[in-house]
Design a protein around this ligand. Structure first.
Ligand SMILES: Cc1cc2nc3c(=O)[nH]c(=O)nc-3n(C[C@H](O)[C@H](O)[C@H](O)COP(=O)(O)OP(=O)(O)OC[C@H]3O[C@@H](n4cnc5c(N)ncnc54)[C@H](O)[C@@H]3O)c2cc1C
Length: 451
């Protein structure tokens, strides 16, 4: 008899951990993802600011699963799911494949949300993918290069102004690193500009940084950011972003134009559009961020064979964090394994909150673990340990530790290469329009419409 076929969509935390948890089950697993790697998103900002290389935070999924004989990895984007016929359709360049499943685990994650202002993305990239991080690296270092070339004092000031929108962990970490970079690391690298005069602004519409960490850690994080030269502007709603800066409306009614060379968008997420497809076909609800309201065992209503995990789910207010995806992926795998062996798992999904952390500066972080509230070096050490633990691969851990040593002890950055493709690639592809599609040969073929 044929073994049950489990299709897993996504190679992020949810997808990878689900596939790995099925290693010893009598099933065949096909993991289909539009990216070749398992991306450790929490360290994207370190790629953007020249600390780590892409390989360290994004090892190839094919490599991670090479010793798991029941797992097959396919590089393709899922464009359709038919719940009635139990088929997933995925495409890559001119190839289309259909995968029939007995069980489906959907872990396609979330993208950036500009809250209905997608035009902002042209000038303020988000931080969700390796492409985003490399583009931001080119913009962060590129702004300094342009300032060094400029003869105009106003222009220099603008190019030396960095704005990070969104004071969640990503925004806080990003702003902290840009300040460290400009105020310390690069201060002797330029001759015509003084990088220590760079302004680094962190904006948020809310009235606190890191609100989910609670008032005590939030205040500590803000104080540490300001001590390191980050200007924190709260109650600040961004109303427009363009090539030369952004417009802000404050909660007291004031408006301000901020001229800035480099803008980073770290606010808001929108779940994968696959969520809507699933909701429409199953009758599940969907929230404003496009997350699917799943049953308490992570299945869709009336579809016990379909699991949705990670950033795509709306369940009991669970946050969009790596642990929710990891534990969800493993839970879905345990349900499938239980059914296959005739020992069904009947308990609902229970999330164990292992805490949250954010790095603010060199040797400074905040961490919330159970009732414990940690700040400073202790929190930073905990952060270092946890992130090393969850990085996939021994080699990655060793080289990451080396890079952290270079950065945190020596204040150096060894990953500073930027290319023009990184800088303009996203916008250039967008301008080419949907009728262009790259071929493996590296040329652009007109007339091949990507659906
Ligand atoms: C910059 C940043 C910093 C973060 N920091 C932290 C942190 O400090 N701590 C923490 O706990 N969490 C953090 N998070 C959140 C955490 O990374 C996510 O909660 C987690 O990655 C969610 O896992 P997931 O499997 O649901 O989705 P993801 O990890 O996003 O994986 C989604 C996968 O699906 C694939 N995919 C998407 N669409 C398709 C499609 N149509 N077809 C095929 N494949 C598809 C993608 O290529 C990817 O492999 C951070 C996130 C970001 C962006």
């Amino acid at each position: 008899m044929a073994r049950p076929h489990v299709v897993v969509i996504g190679s992020g935390f949810g997808g990878l951990f689900a596939a790995q948890a099925l290693a010893k089950s009598e099933v065949d697993v096909t993991l289909v993802s539009r990216t070749v790697a398992h991306l450790f998103q929490p360290l994207l900002y370190q790629v953007a600011t020249g600390i780590l290389s892409t390989g360290e935070i994004a090892p190839a999924t094919r490599d991670i699963l090479r010793n798991q004989p029941n797992a097959t990895v396919l590089l393709a984007e899922v464009t359709r799911i038919n719940l009635d016929s139990r088929v997933v359709v995925a495409e890559k360049l001119s190839k289309t494949i259909a995968l029939k499943y007995d069980y489906l685990v959907v872990a396609a994650g979330a993208g950036q949300s500009y809250f209905g202002n997608d035009q902002f993305a042209t000038f303020a990239p988000g931080m969700k993918t390796i492409d985003d991080a490399l583009e931001l690296r080119a913009r962060i270092f590129g702004s300094l290069e342009m300032a060094e070339l400029s003869e105009d004092a106003d222009e220099r000031r603008r190019l030396l102004t960095y704005v990070v929108v969104g004071a969640g962990p990503t925004g806080v970490e990003m702003a902290g690193q840009i300040a460290e970079l400009t105020h310390h690391t690069l201060r002797r690298s330029f001759r015509r500009i003084d990088t220590t005069t760079a302004r680094v602004l962190l904006l948020d519409g809310a009235d606190a940084v890191l609100p989910p960490f609670g008032p005590e850690l939030s205040a500590a994080a803000r104080a540490e950011l300001e001590r390191n030269g980050v200007e924190v502007l709260l109650g600040a709603l961004v109303t427009n972003v363009d090539a030369t800066g952004l417009d802000v409306k404050f909660s007291d009614g004031r408006t301000e134009r901020i001229s800035a060379g480099c803008k980073v968008w770290a606010a808001g997420v929108q779940a994968s559009p696959l969520g809507r497809t699933l909701a429409e076909q199953s009758g599940a609800g969907i929230d404003r961020a496009g997350r699917v309201e799943v049953n308490d065992d992570l299945t869709l209503p009336g579809r016990p064979e379909v699991f949705v995990v990670g950033d795509m789910i709306s369940l009991n207010g669970l946050p969009g964090v790596a642990q929710v995806a990891i534990q969800g992926g493993r839970y879905a795998a345990s349900k499938i394994a239980g059914e296959v062996t005739g020992h069904p798992v009947t308990t609902p999904f229970r999330y164990h909150d292992k805490g949250s952390m954010a790095v603010i500066s060199r040797f400074g972080a905040v961490a919330k673990v159970g009732r414990l509230r940690l700040t400073g070096f202790v929190a930073w050490s905990a952060w270092l340990f946890v992130h090393l633990l969850y990085l996939v691969g021994f080699k990655n851990r060793v080289t990451t530790l080396l890079h952290w040593f270079i950065t945190f002890v020596g204040r150096g950055r060894s990953e500073r290469v930027t290319t023009e493709q990184q800088l303009v690639g996203r916008l250039a592809v967008k301008q080419l329009g949907p009728e262009f599609q790259p071929t493996i040969g590296g040329t652009l073929e007109p007339g091949k419409i990507k659906h």
